[in-house]
Design a protein around this ligand. Structure first.
Ligand code: KIV
Ligand code: ZN
Length: 501
C-alpha cells in the first residue's frame, strides 16, 4: 500500500479567497480540526504577507504536534526568514518556496530570463535548506511552462535540497489527460526525481481541479494539495473531501493507494470551514452538500430502501453525516448538552461551553424540539464568537404594510448601554440603519442570506451576510428563532470583526 500525503492549504490558499479571512484564534481552531481529520501537512499561511499572518502561523506551529506545519515563501530572503521564524517552533516544520516558471510569468511579471529564474530558485532552496530540512518547491504556473525549462528547474532544486516538488496548475487551465502526461513526463525526464515526492496543486477555474489532481496521482504524484470545501483563490482549489473519497471509493482504480484521513471527521470539518469563512456549501456539492445523500425521486427512494448501493456509492456515515434526530429540550441539563456536542465533534472550553449552554436554554425556551443541526449552530456560533466590542441587549421593531418600518436597537459597548433609532425600507433595513447610527460606520450590505436550520415553523433562522466597510469585506453570521434578531446578530458579528483588525 502506498500513501497519498494530504497537504491541506485551507489556511493559506483557501484563506486567500475574497471574504475568507479568519482571526488567529479561528485559524488555530481550524488547525486543531485538521489535525483531528488526519491531514499530513497544514499550510498555515504566508508569514511575510502581514504581521497577522506571521502570528497565526507561529501560534499554529507551537500547538500542532502530529502534522507538519508549513509556511509559504517567495524566492526572497525576507520571505524565507519569515517563513522559517514563524514555523521554527513546530515539531515538523516545512518551508514551501515558489517561483513562476512559465514564459507568460517570466515575460510579464518578472521581466527576467530563464537563467536568472533558475539561479533565484536554486539560491532560495539552498537558503531554505540551511534553515529547515523539509523544503517543498513549487514552479508556479507549471502547467503552462515549457517542459524542458521545467525539468531543468526541478532537477536543480532537488540538487539544492528540495524534498517535495509541487506541480501547480495555478490558473486551473489543464485537463486530466494533460496533467497525467505532465507528471509522467517529469518522472521520465528529470534524472533525480526519485529523490523527491511529486505533489499536485490544482485550481478549479474550469471545474477540473479534483479530476486533474486524481490524474496526477494516477501518474505517480504522491502528495495532493487541497482545501476543505474546495475554497481558494478565484474558483478555488481541489477539494480535500472529494479527492479522499474518490481514492477510498474507487479502490479498483486507485488500488494500493490510501490516505490517513479519518473520513468520519469530513462533515464536521466542512461545517466548521463554511461557518468560519462564510462560504456556503452549495446543496449539490459532492460529499458535503445538503443534498449529497438525499434521494428525491420515488424510484430512487424505493430502490435505496431495498438495497442502498443501487443509488448510493458511499455511506453517509463514512463522512460523518448522521441523520438529524430529536434529542434535547428545555429540561435537558448541562451534562447531556455537552455529551451531545462531543458526539457531534465539538469540544468547547469551559467558558465557551457555559455561554453555549445559556444560549441553548434561551433557544429551548422558544423552540420545543432541539435537533442536532440546532446544536451545531449554537456550538459553531460559540467557536466563531470573538471578544465582541458590540453586544445586543434588546431591540424593538414596528413594521407592516401600512406603516413605515422603524427600529429601536439597544447595544452594549464596554459595559455601557447605547441606543439608536431609525426608519428603513423594511424591518431589517431599519435595524441595520439603527446599528450604523450607534457604531458610526456607514456599512454597505453586499450579501444577505437567510436559511432555516431545520424544518418546522419554529426553526432557527441563520443569517449570513457580508458588509463592506472602509473598502474591506467583513462577513457575519447569526442565528435565532426570530429572523430580525438573527440579522442583528450577524450584522454585529461582522462589525466586531472590523473592530478586531
Ligand atoms: O496556485 C499556485 O500556484 C499556488 C502556489 C503558491 C503553489 O498557490
Ligand atoms: Zn494555488
Amino acid at each position: 500500500m502506498e500513501k497519498i500525503i494530504i497537504f491541506d492549504t485551507t489556511l493559506r490558499d483557501g484563506e486567500q479567497a475574497p471574504g475568507g479571512s479568519l482571526t488567529d484564534q479561528e485559524k488555530l481552531e481550524v488547525a486543531f480540526q485538521l489535525e483531528k481529520l488526519g491531514v499530513d501537512v497544514i499550510e498555515a499561511g504566508f508569514p511575510i504577507a502581514s504581521p497577522g499572518d506571521f502570528k497565526a502561523v507561529a501560534k499554529i506551529s507551537k500547538s500542532i504536534k502530529k502534522c507538519a506545519v508549513c509556511a509559504l515563501a517567495r524566492c526572497l530572503r525576507p520571505d524565507i526568514d519569515a517563513a522559517y521564524n514563524a514555523t521554527k517552533a513546530a515539531k515538523h516544520p516545512r518551508l514551501h518556496i515558489f517561483l513562476a516558471t512559465s514564459k507568460i510569468h517570466l515575460k510579464y511579471k518578472f521581466k527576467k530570463a530563464e537563467d536568472e529564474i533558475l539561479r533565484l530558485a536554486i539560491d532560495a532552496v539552498r537558503l531554505g535548506r540551511k534553515l529547515c530540512h523539509d523544503i517543498e518547491f513549487s514552479p508556479e504556473d507549471a502547467t503552462r511552462s515549457e517542459k524542458d525549462f521545467l525539468y531543468r528547474v526541478i532537477e536543480s532544486v532537488i540538487k539544492a535540497g528540495a524534498k517535495t516538488i509541487n506541480i501547480p496548475d495555478t490558473t486551473g487551465y489543464t485537463y486530466p489527460q494533460e496533467m497525467y502526461s505532465l507528471v509522467d513526463d517529469i518522472r521520465n525526464n528529470v534524472p533525480n526525481i526519485d529523490k523527491a515526492v511529486i505533489a499536485v496543486h490544482c485550481h478549479d477555474d474550469l471545474g477540473m481541479a479534483v479530476a486533474n489532481s486524481l490524474s496526477g496521482i494516477l501518474a505517480g504524484a504522491r502528495q495532493a494539495h487541497c482545501t476543505i470545501n474546495g475554497i481558494g483563490e478565484r474558483a478555488g482549489n481541489a477539494s480535500l473531501e472529494e479527492i479522499v473519497m474518490a481514492v477510498k471509493t474507487r479502490k479498483d482504480v486507485f488500488g494500493g493507494l490510501y490516505t490517513d484521513i479519518n473520513t468520519k471527521e469530513i462533515f464536521s470539518t466542512s461545517r466548521m470551514i463554511s461557518n468560519l469563512t462564510d462560504f456556503v456549501v452549495p446543496p449539490n456539492k459532492a460529499i458535503v452538500g445538503r443534498n449529497a445523500f438525499s434521494h428525491e425521486s420515488g424510484i430512487h427512494q424505493d430502490a435505496v430502501l431495498k438495497k442502498r448501493i443501487t443509488y448510493e456509492i458511499m455511506d453517509p456515515h463514512d463522512v460523518g453525516i448522521s441523520s438529524s434526530q430529536l434529542i434535547l429540550g428545555k429540561h435537558s441539563g448541562r451534562h447531556a448538552f455537552n455529551d451531545r456536542l462531543k458526539a457531534l465533534g465539538f469540544c468547547l472550553n469551559e467558558e465557551k461551553l457555559n455561554k453555549a449552554f445559556i444560549r441553548f436554554k434561551e433557544i429551548a425556551d422558544k423552540k420545543k424540539n432541539i435537533f442536532d443541526d440546532d446544536l451545531r449552530i449554537i456550538a459553531e456560533d460559540e467557536i466563531r464568537t470573538i471578544k465582541p466590542l458590540w453586544g445586543l441587549i434588546s431591540f424593538e421593531v414596528t413594521s407592516g404594510t401600512k406603516i413605515n418600518p422603524r427600529a429601536n436597537v439597544f447595544l452594549s459597548k464596554k459595559g455601557k448601554v447605547v441606543s439608536g433609532i431609525s426608519c428603513g425600507d423594511g424591518p431589517v433595513d431599519a435595524v441595520f440603519k439603527a446599528i450604523d447610527k450607534i457604531t458610526g460606520y456607514n456599512a454597505r450590505l453586499d450579501d444577505f442570506r437567510l436559511e432555516a436550520v431545520t424544518a418546522g415553523k419554529d426553526a432557527l433562522g441563520q443569517v449570513s451576510l457580508k458588509l463592506k466597510i472602509r473598502n474591506k469585506i467583513f462577513s457575519g453570521r447569526g442565528a435565532s428563532t426570530d429572523i430580525i434578531e438573527a440579522a442583528i446578530r450577524a450584522y454585529l458579528d461582522a462589525v466586531n470583526r472590523l473592530e478586531l483588525k
